[in-house]
Design a protein around this ligand. Structure first.
Ligand SMILES: Cc1ncc(COP(=O)(O)O)c(C=O)c1O
Length: 371
Protein backbone atom coordinates (compact mmCIF):
# COMPACT_ATOMS: atom_id res chain seq x y z
CA UNK A 1 0.00 0.00 0.00
CA UNK A 2 1.05 3.59 -0.58
CA UNK A 3 0.02 6.37 1.79
CA UNK A 4 1.40 9.68 0.56
CA UNK A 5 1.93 12.50 3.04
CA UNK A 6 -0.59 14.54 1.08
CA UNK A 7 -2.85 13.77 -1.86
CA UNK A 8 -4.08 16.96 -3.46
CA UNK A 9 -5.24 15.08 -6.54
CA UNK A 10 -7.86 13.27 -4.44
CA UNK A 11 -9.25 16.59 -3.24
CA UNK A 12 -9.17 18.00 -6.77
CA UNK A 13 -11.19 15.08 -8.13
CA UNK A 14 -13.80 15.50 -5.41
CA UNK A 15 -14.41 19.22 -5.96
CA UNK A 16 -13.37 19.98 -9.51
CA UNK A 17 -16.98 20.43 -10.67
CA UNK A 18 -17.30 23.27 -8.17
CA UNK A 19 -13.93 24.92 -8.68
CA UNK A 20 -13.48 24.74 -12.44
CA UNK A 21 -16.60 26.81 -13.27
CA UNK A 22 -15.44 29.49 -10.79
CA UNK A 23 -12.06 29.53 -12.49
CA UNK A 24 -13.65 29.64 -15.90
CA UNK A 25 -15.74 32.65 -14.84
CA UNK A 26 -12.57 34.59 -13.99
CA UNK A 27 -11.05 33.62 -17.32
CA UNK A 28 -14.17 34.64 -19.23
CA UNK A 29 -14.20 38.00 -17.46
CA UNK A 30 -10.45 38.49 -17.98
CA UNK A 31 -10.44 40.42 -14.67
CA UNK A 32 -7.28 38.90 -13.31
CA UNK A 33 -6.17 41.80 -11.14
CA UNK A 34 -8.28 42.75 -8.10
CA UNK A 35 -11.41 41.07 -9.50
CA UNK A 36 -14.59 40.75 -7.45
CA UNK A 37 -13.75 37.34 -5.94
CA UNK A 38 -11.07 39.01 -3.85
CA UNK A 39 -13.43 41.23 -1.81
CA UNK A 40 -15.87 38.31 -1.48
CA UNK A 41 -13.18 36.03 -0.11
CA UNK A 42 -11.85 38.79 2.17
CA UNK A 43 -15.31 39.27 3.69
CA UNK A 44 -15.78 35.54 4.26
CA UNK A 45 -12.36 34.92 5.81
CA UNK A 46 -12.77 37.99 8.05
CA UNK A 47 -16.15 36.67 9.18
CA UNK A 48 -14.74 33.22 9.91
CA UNK A 49 -11.99 34.88 11.97
CA UNK A 50 -14.41 37.15 13.89
CA UNK A 51 -12.43 40.07 12.44
CA UNK A 52 -13.59 43.21 10.65
CA UNK A 53 -11.25 43.21 7.70
CA UNK A 54 -9.59 40.75 5.37
CA UNK A 55 -6.78 41.92 3.11
CA UNK A 56 -5.80 39.38 0.49
CA UNK A 57 -2.15 39.28 -0.48
CA UNK A 58 0.27 37.25 -2.54
CA UNK A 59 1.39 34.70 0.08
CA UNK A 60 1.30 33.81 3.73
CA UNK A 61 4.77 35.26 4.01
CA UNK A 62 3.51 38.65 2.81
CA UNK A 63 0.50 38.34 5.12
CA UNK A 64 3.04 38.44 7.99
CA UNK A 65 5.51 40.84 6.41
CA UNK A 66 3.02 43.63 5.68
CA UNK A 67 1.64 43.93 9.26
CA UNK A 68 5.21 43.86 10.58
CA UNK A 69 6.13 46.63 8.13
CA UNK A 70 3.13 48.59 9.37
CA UNK A 71 4.76 48.59 12.82
CA UNK A 72 7.53 50.87 11.44
CA UNK A 73 10.23 48.90 13.25
CA UNK A 74 13.51 50.70 13.81
CA UNK A 75 16.91 48.96 13.92
CA UNK A 76 17.17 47.07 17.19
CA UNK A 77 13.40 46.84 17.71
CA UNK A 78 12.52 43.37 18.94
CA UNK A 79 9.73 40.95 18.10
CA UNK A 80 9.41 37.95 20.40
CA UNK A 81 8.61 34.71 18.64
CA UNK A 82 9.11 30.95 18.66
CA UNK A 83 12.02 29.24 16.94
CA UNK A 84 9.99 26.08 16.36
CA UNK A 85 8.15 27.13 13.22
CA UNK A 86 8.47 27.58 9.48
CA UNK A 87 11.20 30.00 8.44
CA UNK A 88 8.82 32.77 7.31
CA UNK A 89 7.88 33.60 10.90
CA UNK A 90 11.31 34.96 11.73
CA UNK A 91 12.34 35.79 8.17
CA UNK A 92 9.56 38.37 7.96
CA UNK A 93 10.57 39.96 11.28
CA UNK A 94 14.08 40.38 9.88
CA UNK A 95 12.83 41.66 6.52
CA UNK A 96 10.57 44.21 8.22
CA UNK A 97 13.66 45.64 9.91
CA UNK A 98 13.20 44.02 13.31
CA UNK A 99 15.22 41.64 15.42
CA UNK A 100 13.68 38.25 16.15
CA UNK A 101 13.92 37.33 19.84
CA UNK A 102 13.41 33.60 20.18
CA UNK A 103 11.90 32.05 23.29
CA UNK A 104 11.21 28.42 24.05
CA UNK A 105 8.02 26.42 23.57
CA UNK A 106 5.53 24.50 25.63
CA UNK A 107 6.69 20.89 25.21
CA UNK A 108 3.12 19.55 24.95
CA UNK A 109 1.65 21.84 22.29
CA UNK A 110 4.90 23.00 20.63
CA UNK A 111 3.52 26.56 20.85
CA UNK A 112 5.30 29.58 22.33
CA UNK A 113 5.54 29.52 26.14
CA UNK A 114 3.89 32.69 27.53
CA UNK A 115 6.08 32.63 30.67
CA UNK A 116 9.17 32.72 28.45
CA UNK A 117 7.64 35.59 26.48
CA UNK A 118 7.05 37.59 29.67
CA UNK A 119 10.66 37.03 30.72
CA UNK A 120 12.00 38.21 27.34
CA UNK A 121 10.28 41.61 27.19
CA UNK A 122 12.74 44.55 27.10
CA UNK A 123 12.31 48.27 26.45
CA UNK A 124 13.00 47.49 22.76
CA UNK A 125 10.19 44.93 22.43
CA UNK A 126 7.50 46.05 20.00
CA UNK A 127 5.48 42.95 19.26
CA UNK A 128 4.85 39.29 20.03
CA UNK A 129 4.41 36.84 17.17
CA UNK A 130 2.85 33.56 18.30
CA UNK A 131 2.45 30.75 15.78
CA UNK A 132 -0.59 28.49 16.02
CA UNK A 133 1.58 25.55 15.11
CA UNK A 134 0.19 22.54 13.26
CA UNK A 135 -3.32 24.06 13.59
CA UNK A 136 -3.61 24.50 17.36
CA UNK A 137 -3.93 27.96 18.89
CA UNK A 138 -1.30 29.35 21.23
CA UNK A 139 -2.31 30.59 24.68
CA UNK A 140 -3.63 33.91 23.41
CA UNK A 141 -5.24 34.98 26.69
CA UNK A 142 -1.89 34.92 28.50
CA UNK A 143 -0.10 36.63 25.62
CA UNK A 144 -2.75 39.36 25.57
CA UNK A 145 -2.09 40.12 29.24
CA UNK A 146 1.65 40.50 28.55
CA UNK A 147 0.99 42.60 25.44
CA UNK A 148 -1.44 44.82 27.36
CA UNK A 149 0.99 45.32 30.22
CA UNK A 150 3.81 46.48 27.94
CA UNK A 151 1.90 48.13 25.08
CA UNK A 152 2.92 45.48 22.51
CA UNK A 153 1.14 44.41 19.35
CA UNK A 154 0.37 40.74 18.70
CA UNK A 155 0.83 39.54 15.13
CA UNK A 156 -0.60 36.01 14.90
CA UNK A 157 1.05 33.61 12.52
CA UNK A 158 -2.06 31.58 11.69
CA UNK A 159 -0.61 30.24 8.44
CA UNK A 160 -1.45 26.70 9.59
CA UNK A 161 -4.54 27.47 11.63
CA UNK A 162 -7.47 28.85 9.66
CA UNK A 163 -10.66 27.94 11.52
CA UNK A 164 -8.87 26.86 14.71
CA UNK A 165 -10.49 28.11 17.89
CA UNK A 166 -9.97 28.27 21.62
CA UNK A 167 -12.51 28.54 24.39
CA UNK A 168 -11.52 31.43 26.64
CA UNK A 169 -13.75 32.15 29.66
CA UNK A 170 -16.40 29.96 28.03
CA UNK A 171 -16.39 31.86 24.70
CA UNK A 172 -15.02 30.46 21.43
CA UNK A 173 -12.30 32.74 20.07
CA UNK A 174 -11.03 32.20 16.57
CA UNK A 175 -7.49 32.26 15.26
CA UNK A 176 -7.27 35.80 13.88
CA UNK A 177 -9.73 37.28 16.37
CA UNK A 178 -7.58 38.37 19.29
CA UNK A 179 -4.30 39.56 17.80
CA UNK A 180 -3.79 43.02 16.33
CA UNK A 181 -3.22 41.46 12.91
CA UNK A 182 -3.04 37.88 11.67
CA UNK A 183 -1.48 36.26 8.64
CA UNK A 184 -2.97 33.24 6.87
CA UNK A 185 -1.30 31.15 4.20
CA UNK A 186 -3.25 29.50 1.41
CA UNK A 187 -0.23 27.53 0.19
CA UNK A 188 -1.68 24.51 -1.69
CA UNK A 189 -0.98 22.03 1.13
CA UNK A 190 -2.77 24.09 3.78
CA UNK A 191 -6.25 23.10 5.10
CA UNK A 192 -7.60 25.79 2.77
CA UNK A 193 -5.16 25.67 -0.13
CA UNK A 194 -5.06 27.70 -3.33
CA UNK A 195 -3.76 26.46 -6.66
CA UNK A 196 -0.62 28.52 -6.25
CA UNK A 197 0.68 31.02 -3.71
CA UNK A 198 -1.85 33.13 -1.80
CA UNK A 199 -2.37 34.61 1.65
CA UNK A 200 -4.53 36.96 3.69
CA UNK A 201 -4.23 39.34 6.60
CA UNK A 202 -7.16 39.82 8.97
CA UNK A 203 -7.47 42.63 11.50
CA UNK A 204 -10.17 44.52 13.34
CA UNK A 205 -8.15 47.75 13.45
CA UNK A 206 -9.79 49.98 10.83
CA UNK A 207 -6.81 52.29 10.42
CA UNK A 208 -4.39 49.37 10.11
CA UNK A 209 -6.63 47.74 7.50
CA UNK A 210 -6.61 50.87 5.40
CA UNK A 211 -2.85 51.11 5.62
CA UNK A 212 -2.33 47.42 4.85
CA UNK A 213 -4.55 47.69 1.78
CA UNK A 214 -2.25 50.43 0.54
CA UNK A 215 0.95 48.62 1.44
CA UNK A 216 -0.03 45.68 -0.79
CA UNK A 217 -0.59 48.12 -3.69
CA UNK A 218 2.63 50.13 -3.77
CA UNK A 219 1.56 52.33 -0.87
CA UNK A 220 -1.30 54.17 -2.52
CA UNK A 221 -5.10 54.06 -2.37
CA UNK A 222 -5.36 55.84 -5.71
CA UNK A 223 -3.47 54.61 -8.74
CA UNK A 224 -0.21 56.51 -9.39
CA UNK A 225 -0.46 58.37 -6.05
CA UNK A 226 1.78 56.99 -3.30
CA UNK A 227 1.60 58.08 0.32
CA UNK A 228 4.35 55.65 1.28
CA UNK A 229 6.46 52.96 -0.31
CA UNK A 230 4.60 49.66 -0.48
CA UNK A 231 4.92 46.68 -2.77
CA UNK A 232 2.93 44.53 -5.17
CA UNK A 233 1.39 41.85 -3.02
CA UNK A 234 -2.08 41.52 -4.50
CA UNK A 235 -3.99 38.29 -4.12
CA UNK A 236 -4.45 36.77 -7.57
CA UNK A 237 -8.12 36.79 -8.63
CA UNK A 238 -7.81 33.24 -9.98
CA UNK A 239 -6.63 32.07 -6.56
CA UNK A 240 -9.42 33.98 -4.81
CA UNK A 241 -11.98 32.20 -7.02
CA UNK A 242 -10.47 28.79 -6.20
CA UNK A 243 -10.44 29.59 -2.48
CA UNK A 244 -14.04 30.87 -2.51
CA UNK A 245 -15.17 27.62 -4.10
CA UNK A 246 -13.24 25.56 -1.55
CA UNK A 247 -14.14 27.55 1.57
CA UNK A 248 -17.58 25.92 2.12
CA UNK A 249 -15.74 22.60 2.55
CA UNK A 250 -13.21 23.82 5.11
CA UNK A 251 -15.20 22.93 8.25
CA UNK A 252 -15.93 19.37 7.05
CA UNK A 253 -12.32 18.88 5.97
CA UNK A 254 -11.00 20.00 9.36
CA UNK A 255 -13.56 17.73 11.08
CA UNK A 256 -12.28 14.80 9.03
CA UNK A 257 -8.74 15.61 10.08
CA UNK A 258 -9.85 15.60 13.74
CA UNK A 259 -11.48 12.20 13.20
CA UNK A 260 -8.30 10.82 11.66
CA UNK A 261 -6.26 12.24 14.55
CA UNK A 262 -8.54 10.55 17.08
CA UNK A 263 -8.26 7.27 15.17
CA UNK A 264 -4.46 7.46 15.09
CA UNK A 265 -4.48 8.35 18.79
CA UNK A 266 -6.46 5.20 19.63
CA UNK A 267 -4.45 3.02 17.30
CA UNK A 268 -1.13 4.16 18.70
CA UNK A 269 -2.11 4.15 22.36
CA UNK A 270 -0.05 2.08 24.73
CA UNK A 271 3.21 2.56 22.83
CA UNK A 272 5.60 4.23 25.24
CA UNK A 273 7.96 5.18 22.41
CA UNK A 274 5.23 7.22 20.70
CA UNK A 275 3.68 10.38 22.15
CA UNK A 276 0.64 11.48 20.10
CA UNK A 277 -0.15 15.20 19.87
CA UNK A 278 -1.61 16.86 22.95
CA UNK A 279 -4.65 19.08 22.43
CA UNK A 280 -4.58 21.70 25.18
CA UNK A 281 -7.80 22.12 27.18
CA UNK A 282 -10.15 24.54 25.43
CA UNK A 283 -8.52 24.16 22.01
CA UNK A 284 -10.20 22.92 18.86
CA UNK A 285 -7.29 21.75 16.72
CA UNK A 286 -7.60 21.73 12.94
CA UNK A 287 -4.73 19.24 12.51
CA UNK A 288 -3.00 20.89 9.63
CA UNK A 289 -0.31 18.45 10.71
CA UNK A 290 -0.51 15.32 12.83
CA UNK A 291 2.80 15.39 14.64
CA UNK A 292 4.07 12.77 17.05
CA UNK A 293 7.08 12.73 19.31
CA UNK A 294 8.86 9.42 18.99
CA UNK A 295 11.96 7.55 20.07
CA UNK A 296 14.49 6.64 17.36
CA UNK A 297 12.86 9.14 15.01
CA UNK A 298 15.34 9.13 12.14
CA UNK A 299 15.28 5.34 11.81
CA UNK A 300 11.47 5.38 11.98
CA UNK A 301 11.42 7.86 9.13
CA UNK A 302 13.51 5.58 6.92
CA UNK A 303 11.38 2.57 7.87
CA UNK A 304 8.10 4.35 7.04
CA UNK A 305 9.43 5.52 3.70
CA UNK A 306 10.35 1.92 2.93
CA UNK A 307 6.76 0.93 3.66
CA UNK A 308 5.41 3.57 1.27
CA UNK A 309 4.22 5.83 4.09
CA UNK A 310 4.81 9.53 3.50
CA UNK A 311 6.04 11.57 6.45
CA UNK A 312 7.98 14.73 7.16
CA UNK A 313 9.93 16.50 9.86
CA UNK A 314 8.45 19.90 10.70
CA UNK A 315 10.98 21.28 11.61
CA UNK A 316 14.46 19.72 11.77
CA UNK A 317 16.43 22.87 12.69
CA UNK A 318 14.88 25.43 15.03
CA UNK A 319 15.26 28.95 13.70
CA UNK A 320 17.62 30.15 16.45
CA UNK A 321 20.12 27.57 15.14
CA UNK A 322 19.86 28.54 11.46
CA UNK A 323 23.12 29.85 9.98
CA UNK A 324 21.42 33.05 8.80
CA UNK A 325 20.65 33.98 12.42
CA UNK A 326 24.11 33.09 13.81
CA UNK A 327 24.73 36.75 14.60
CA UNK A 328 21.81 36.66 17.05
CA UNK A 329 24.01 34.36 19.17
CA UNK A 330 21.80 31.59 20.44
CA UNK A 331 24.20 28.74 21.25
CA UNK A 332 23.25 25.08 21.05
CA UNK A 333 21.24 24.23 24.17
CA UNK A 334 19.94 27.78 24.66
CA UNK A 335 16.32 26.82 23.83
CA UNK A 336 16.35 23.15 24.85
CA UNK A 337 12.65 22.34 24.42
CA UNK A 338 12.67 23.51 20.81
CA UNK A 339 15.90 21.67 20.12
CA UNK A 340 14.54 18.48 21.65
CA UNK A 341 11.31 18.76 19.64
CA UNK A 342 13.34 19.15 16.44
CA UNK A 343 14.97 15.78 17.16
CA UNK A 344 11.81 13.92 18.12
CA UNK A 345 8.94 15.06 15.88
CA UNK A 346 7.54 13.31 12.85
CA UNK A 347 4.37 14.21 10.96
CA UNK A 348 2.10 11.57 9.41
CA UNK A 349 -0.48 11.76 6.60
CA UNK A 350 -3.67 13.44 7.92
CA UNK A 351 -5.49 14.82 4.85
CA UNK A 352 -9.30 14.44 4.84
CA UNK A 353 -9.50 11.99 1.92
CA UNK A 354 -7.48 9.29 3.75
CA UNK A 355 -9.29 6.01 4.04
CA UNK A 356 -9.58 3.79 7.10
CA UNK A 357 -7.46 1.09 5.48
CA UNK A 358 -4.68 3.61 4.94
CA UNK A 359 -4.83 4.80 8.56
CA UNK A 360 -4.76 1.16 9.71
CA UNK A 361 -1.75 0.50 7.51
CA UNK A 362 0.14 3.42 9.07
CA UNK A 363 -0.84 2.39 12.61
CA UNK A 364 0.13 -1.25 12.02
CA UNK A 365 3.47 -0.23 10.55
CA UNK A 366 4.34 1.94 13.55
CA UNK A 367 3.20 -0.72 16.03
CA UNK A 368 5.30 -3.26 14.18
CA UNK A 369 8.35 -0.98 14.30
CA UNK A 370 8.16 -0.52 18.07
CA UNK A 371 7.30 -4.13 18.87
C1 LIG B 1 3.97 28.82 10.26
C2 LIG B 1 4.05 29.39 8.87
N1 LIG B 1 4.29 30.70 8.72
C3 LIG B 1 4.35 31.26 7.50
C4 LIG B 1 4.17 30.53 6.35
C5 LIG B 1 4.35 31.20 5.04
O1 LIG B 1 3.30 31.02 4.16
P1 LIG B 1 3.54 30.98 2.56
O2 LIG B 1 4.25 29.72 2.25
O3 LIG B 1 2.14 31.03 2.02
O4 LIG B 1 4.32 32.20 2.20
C6 LIG B 1 3.89 29.16 6.46
C7 LIG B 1 3.60 28.30 5.28
O5 LIG B 1 4.32 27.76 4.58
C8 LIG B 1 3.85 28.57 7.75
O6 LIG B 1 3.64 27.26 7.90
Amino acid sequence: MNVPLLDLVGQYRAIKDEVLPALQAVIESQQFIMGPSIAQLEAKVAELSHARHGIGCASGTDALLLPLKALNLKPGDEVITTPFTFFATAGTIHNAGGRPVFVDIDPDTFNIDPAAVAAAVTPRTRAIMPVHLYGQMAEMERLLVIAGRHGLKIVEDAAQAIGARRSIDGVWRMAGELGWATGYSFFPSKNLGAWGDAGMIVTSDDAAAERLRKLRLHGGAKQYHHEEVGTNSRLDTVQAAVLLAKLPHLAEWSEKRREHAAYYGQGLSGLTAVRPPVVAPGNEHIFHQYTLRVDRRDALQVYLKGKGIGNAIYYPVPLHRQPCFADLRYPAGSLPRSEEAALEVISLPIYPELERAQLDYVIDAIREYYR
